[in-house]
Design a protein around this ligand. Structure first.
Ligand code: ADP
Length: 586
């Protein structure tokens, strides 16, 4: 429990001092609460003595006592306000910074990271789990630290009034601490199962929504729900197991305090009867016996929750501590933009027996030239493009861009030189204009319109009721495939990077859209270093260099004319393509 608390305190980083000052406020707040009890007990004892014919009570003392009590009440509220102002908002300030940190880490991890940590894990961490931490983290520190600070403050009074009562209170506290430690351990043991179930549920829902169309078209939407229902069951079981582990330990914790309260009263009666305790102290001890544990009694929920928070912190540290792919990279401007692979070998799954996806690949794309990469599906074409942009790191050999090994550069300074247009276009749930502007956030409106014009976006955007301010819907659902492609080309045109990576669409788009996309691509690639994963004969024929990839190796390299003049995979490929393109409906 203490370990989780220390980690939460560490998590607050630069706001830590506010946490400590808040605890100090809490300590004085308790004294301001306890002082009226002592004053009241003294006043009551004086009244009793007066009534029993003892020394008469001077009325000015009564007024002074009431004044002192009122001052204590005011002080209590001042300290309480100070504590809340200092502590309560810390979680809300730290969590957004963490979300930004997660975003920055995700930008810079190798893509292999996402095979270990699923989208569901990351979604659950950045939303639900961090939400729990931001909401509960400070509440836990308040409940536990301030709970014990309060107890300590009252123990000081007790020690002064009756050391035996203080001892009884300490004994109860020790037993309760043992029960709490046990609650915390049980919760830490069971929390990972619950969190895993939450993450699976998040991942399952993402998959369900993504695959709903396919599932419906096969009349299988019921089957698609099954993984979600399984996750819901697992989550329910995990939560119930945590609750069942909690109950018996919680009973021990509460009984320890009740017995300790009885102990405090018994010690007070015994000391008063023996004549060693004045009447006012007896009254004060009776009053304290009811309130001394009120703060720490609620710590049971916190011990339970702290186990959970410890597990969330583990996950957060795992993601934030993920090795950045460009940790040793330098910021640099590239003056040249040719691309070279020197004896590159690569596999997605590292380790023994991993299948080589690229095997001793050598290639060179001179600056300003167009290189078409062709080959059967799964031969490694996309992998070649991904390695150029350092989405992954090679196992052996070197990838050079502008003469620099890509590992020497930061991702930002490398990717500044690339524009990529993929087959599956991703559009943000925003306006057409914002989606284009993504290529150059500080672009003027005129620049955005110019890029849109060159990419033939204006032809449909201007006909829409809200023009460029039309929302494209989540994932760009409201637009046709060809229109989305043109927006992504406008985005790349606006970025105006010297190297263009193109993944040509395999599925044929309607002829009109295809002609418009081709026109937009011609604009995009003019004067650039272009690497195109090519499927269309027209693109391949006009390339300066064609690389034929088969099973992770470059098996042929040359111009269209050179390659056609030899028997081989390229000639067969062209024959099949010509036949396929001849089959098109016009
Ligand atoms: P192509 O673009 O020629 O169709 P890819 O480069 O996409 O081929 O894939 C080459 C091989 O690498 C394929 O066998 C594919 O299954 C595998 N592969 C691609 N991406 C991944 C990945 N993220 N994790 C593991 N294997 C992958």
């Amino acid at each position: 429990m203490i370990d989780s608390l220390i980690r939460i305190v560490r998590w607050t980083g630069p706001y830590r001092w506010r946490l400590f000052l808040g605890c100090l406020c809490s300590f004085f707040m308790t004294w301001a609460t306890a002082a009226p009890v002592v004053i009241g007990a003294w006043l009551l004892a004086e009244v009793v003595e007066d009534a029993n014919g003892g020394s008469p009570l001077d009325p000015s003392w009564v007024w002074l006592s009431f004044l002192a009590i009122a001052a204590c009440v005011l002080l209590r509220f001042a300290f309480s306000y100070g504590k809340n102002r200092l502590q309560e908002s810390i979680g809300y300030e730290v969590a957004p910074e963490d979300r930004m940190k997660i975003g920055n880490v995700l930008k810079r991890v190798p893509l292999g990271f996402f095979s270990e940590v699923s989208t569901g894990d990351i979604l659950a961490l950045a939303t639900t789990e961090l939400g729990v931490l931001e909401l509960q983290g400070m509440k836990m520190v308040d409940a536990v630290v301030n709970g014990y600070v309060n107890l300590l403050a009252i123990l000081c009074f007790l020690l002064f009034l009756s050391p035996a009562s203080a001892l009884a209170a300490v004994a109860g506290t020790v037993v309760s601490c043992l029960a709490l430690a046990s609650i915390n351990r049980a919760s830490q043991r069971l929390a990972p199962t619950a969190h895993e179930a939450t993450e699976r549920l998040a991942g399952g829902i993402i998959e369900y929504v993504r695959g709903l169309g396919t599932a419906k078209s096969y009349g299988k939407s019921g089957a698609a729900e099954k993984p979600i229902l399984r996750s819901v069951e697992r989550l329910k079981d995990a939560r119930i197991a945590i609750e069942f582990g909690f109950t018996p330990r919680n009973v021990v914790h509460l009984i320890a305090f009740k017995l300790a309260s009885v102990g405090v009263i018994a010690c007070a009666i015994w000391a008063y009867a023996a004549g060693s305790l004045p009447l006012w102290s007896f009254f004060a001890l009776l009053a304290f016996s009811f309130t001394i544990f009120s703060g720490v009694e609620k710590v049971n929920d916190s011990a339970h929750m702290l186990g959970d928070l410890g597990d969330i912190l583990d996950r957060l540290e795992k993601v934030e501590g993920a090795k950045r792919i460009d940790e040793d990279g330098q910021e640099a401007e590239l003056s040249e933009h040719d691309i070279e692979f020197q004896d590159v070998t690569f596999s997605y799954d590292r380790g023994k027996g991993a299948r080589k996806v690229l095997d001793h690949v050598n290639l060179r794309v001179p600056e300003g030239s167009t290189c078409a990469v062709v080959g059967p599906s799964g031969s490694g074409k996309t992998t070649i493009a991904n390695l150029m942009m350092r989405f992954w790191d090679v196992d052996a050999g070197r990838v050079l861009v502008g003469g620099r090994d890509v590992r020497e550069l930061t991702c930002d300074s490398l990717l500044r030189n690339f524009s990529a247009v993929f087959q599956s276009v991703y559009l943000f749930n925003d306006t057409i204009e914002s989606n284009i502007r993504f290529g150059k956030p500080n672009a003027t409106e005129e620049e955005v319109r110019h890029a849109a014009h060159r990419a033939r976006v204006d032809e449909f955007a201007e006909a829409l009721p809200e023009g460029y301010r039309t929302m494209v819907g989540e994932g760009g659902a409201a637009l046709s495939g060809g229109q989305k492609q043109r927006i992504s080309i406008a985005r790349a045109l606006l970025k105006d990077a010297p190297i263009v990576i193109l993944d040509e669409a395999t599925a044929s788009i309607d002829p009109e859209n295809e002609a418009l996309i081709q026109a937009a691509l011609t604009e995009l690639t003019r004067g650039k270093t272009v690497v195109v994963i090519a499927h269309r004969l027209a693109t391949i024929e006009h390339a300066d260099q064609i690389l034929v990839v088969d099973d992770g190796r470059i098996v042929q390299c040359g111009t269209h004319r050179e390659l056609l003049s030899h028997e081989g995979i390229y000639r067969r490929f062209v024959e099949i393509r010509s036949a396929a393109e001849g089959w098109r409906f016009r």
